[in-house]
Ligand binder design. Sequence first.
Ligand SMILES: [Zn+2]
Length: 69
Amino acid sequence: MNKRWTIGEIKKFVENNSESKLLTTEYHGFSQKLLLQCACGNQFEKTFKKFKDNNQRKCEVCQPPKTSR
Ligand SMILES: [Zn+2]
């Protein structure tokens, strides 16, 4: 079974596992995009699932999306 995350737990996870900050204050589920602020100052949106499971923990400038090539 999947763990049910609270916004407080996600905030801690973000702070402990990345240099980004969580700006979103409510969490409604894995499909929700969270608003995050990268260490460089850019804001970006990412679902928590991608953030956690796909290691997408920075903005697209610091961590460009992988191309299919
Ligand atoms: Zn960045």
